[in-house]
Write a protein that binds this ligand. Structure first.
Ligand SMILES: [Zn+2]
Length: 551
């Protein structure tokens, strides 16, 4: 610098200031408007996991980055029932609830067709990636309202790129929305990511290339070993082996370490119940960012990523298991890797990420019992049989109950009409039986849920889950801690806080640093993102933008 004359130095300074001003102006015109939105769903993640597992997140670039730089909404609730995967993925991206977006369950009983429907089934499309399989005959056709991605498409004259990736078909399809460029999910028979002809006639080359690497085999070869010292699991979790945990990796495998190399070339379904299911999703997401050039121009793109393995692991081993803690420690590493790729490809200040869950989960009933906590097991098939038997004992037809699904009791309305049976009478008779069951708190006339005797916020959640075509006539509200399932493992689906309280973390362009303790809802996420982008809210959105998180 000492060789430069003062005049020349002054000139250089002027030029560089002018350049800074120009760059600055460009930055200002897009200030807070990210080039890429990344939505991360962690299937079955409870809110309290963040605080419980935080001491064991080794990287500053994973979940800690949200806590250190982003916004944390600590009281985010799901404003409807049932709290299950399809409803959660649909609600986050539509900002809406099952009564309006139509996704009333993973499966629902269609009251007109009188048959069970899977949330993303679509007979009119074909599997892409692997031919002649049913697992690709899927689309968002059953979703009735628009998503964040659909509104981004509309606002950009369909120039925004929108991609969904998950192990579960519904975890990729519902977040990606109707006008997505692609949704990719895992086929557990072949170990490949597949799609459907709804999106495109063939897989993009980067998906085919990823499949050709046979990553499930090389991941199986690593087995599942603990990431942290054994003493950490001993101090923070239930026993490694319990009679109330199930054994998704084989009856003979009841604790760490898990041998996975026996599945190589043989069984591609097992990877979902290990942390390596998350590895597959994180790796394919990074391939999407690079190959689809997401976030490379000023038209905002959307990448919707859903990690399904925490749900499979959680159902089998429960929230207090070594497997769950270890799964989250490994997921934290994968999120850090994803951020590294985003920083490199898109630039640190050019993208916005939100992380949330589709639902949380109950303790394993056996664990609850061990610790004298309330709860137990319910079985919907037994409820259906018991109720049908009771109706027959009252001289009625046992086929009047079509289905008991996600705590919904569906009546057979055409049979009711032909037998001239009054709806109110059948509800009253069913309630007479159901309300005597030890696990039942009360039953609610679904169509008139707002008139029930429950606190208002809970009545609203039932009303928000009710749809005349796709929901039952009665909703069974179980007592706290009761889980629909078996002696081993656990589940979710009800309105209690263990199922309904989810994490919500935001980070990146346009997002402030801070903690929001005021109540927020799953349905607020979509309006927050569309407000950040300055575009229309999804058509059925009922939430409010969380203004406290926006710069
Ligand atoms: Zn689940």
């Amino acid at each position: 610098m000492k060789n430069i004359t003062p005049l020349l130095f002054c000139f250089i300074t002027l030029i560089s200031n002018a350049q800074t001003a120009k760059i600055h102006k460009e930055t200002i015109s897009h200030k807070g408007k990210p080039k890429l939105i990344v939505g991360i769903m962690v299937d079955q993640m409870r809110w309290d996991y963040i605080n419980r597992f935080k001491p064991y997140f080794t990287s500053q670039n994973g979940l800690n980055r949200f806590l250190n730089e982003g916004s944390t909404c600590d009281n985010t609730l799901i404003p409807y029932v049932p709290t299950v995967t399809a409803c959660g993925h649909a609600s986050v991206y539509t900002g809406s609830v099952p009564s309006i977006n139509g996704i009333t369950g993973n499966n629902w009983f269609d009251n007109q067709k009188q048959k069970s429907v899977y949330c993303v089934e679509d007979e009119s499309v074909q599997s892409i990636g692997v031919e002649n399989i049913a697992s690709g005959k899927m689309s968002p056709a059953n979703l009735w309202t628009t998503t964040i991605g659909d509104e981004m498409k509309i606002a950009s004259n369909f120039k925004s790129k929108v991609i969904g990736i998950s192990i579960k078909d519904r975890g990729a399809i519902l977040p990606a929305g109707h006008s997505a460029d692609g949704a990719f999910w895992y086929d557990s028979k072949t170990g490949y990511f597949i799609s459907s002809s709804y999106y495109a006639p063939q897989l993009p080359t980067w998906v085919t290339a990823y499949n050709a690497r046979h990553r499930p085999d090389s991941l199986y070869a690593l087995d599942w070993n603990l990431s942290l010292k054994k003493s950490i699991y001993e101090a923070n979790c239930d026993n490694d082996q319990n009679e109330y945990e199930s054994t998704p990796l084989g009856k003979d495998q009841k604790g760490f370490p898990y041998n996975l190399h026996g599945f190589i070339g043989k069984d591609y379904s097992k990877i979902s119940s290990t942390p390596y299911g998350n590895t597959l999703v994180a790796e394919l997401a990074q391939q999407a960012i690079i190959n689809e050039k997401l976030g490379q121009d000023n038209i905002t793109d959307l990448l919707a990523v859903s990690f399904s393995s925490p749900d499979y692991i959680g159902h089998s081993f429960g929230p207090d298991s070594w497997e769950t803690l270890d799964g989250y420690v490994k997921l934290d590493d994968l999120i850090a890797q994803l951020f590294t790729t985003l920083d490199k490809q898109v630039g640190k200040d050019n993208y916005t990420v939100f992380l949330t869950a589709d639902h949380a989960v109950a303790n394993i009933p056996g664990f609850a019992k061990k610790h004298k906590l309330p709860g137990g097991v319910v079985n919907e098939d037994q409820i259906k049989k018991g109720l049908s038997d009771f109706l027959m004992s009252k001289g009625l037809n046992g086929k009047l109950i079509s289905a008991v699904r996600e705590y919904n009791v569906h009546f057979n309305h055409s049979l009711m009409d032909s037998l001239n049976i009054n709806n109110d009478k059948l509800i009253a008779l069913s309630a007479q039986y159901l309300e005597k069951l030890p696990e039942v708190l009360q039953v609610v006339d679904a169509r008139n849920a707002t008139a029930s005797g429950l606190p208002q916020s809970l009545r609203e959640r039932i009303a928000n889950g009710y749809n005349p075509q796709r929901a039952g006539d009665i909703l069974i509200v179980t007592k706290s801690g009761y889980v629909d399932g078996f002696f081993t493992g656990t589940s979710h689906g009800v309105l209690y806080n263990y199922d309904a309280h989810i994490p919500l973390l935001l980070l990146g362009a346009g997002i402030k640093h801070g903690v929001i303790n005021a109540p927020t809802y799953m349905t607020d996420i979509a309006p927050t993102i569309t407000t950040l982008l300055g575009i229309q809210m999804p058509s059925g959105a009922i939430g409010k933008p969380i203004l406290e998180v926006l710069k």
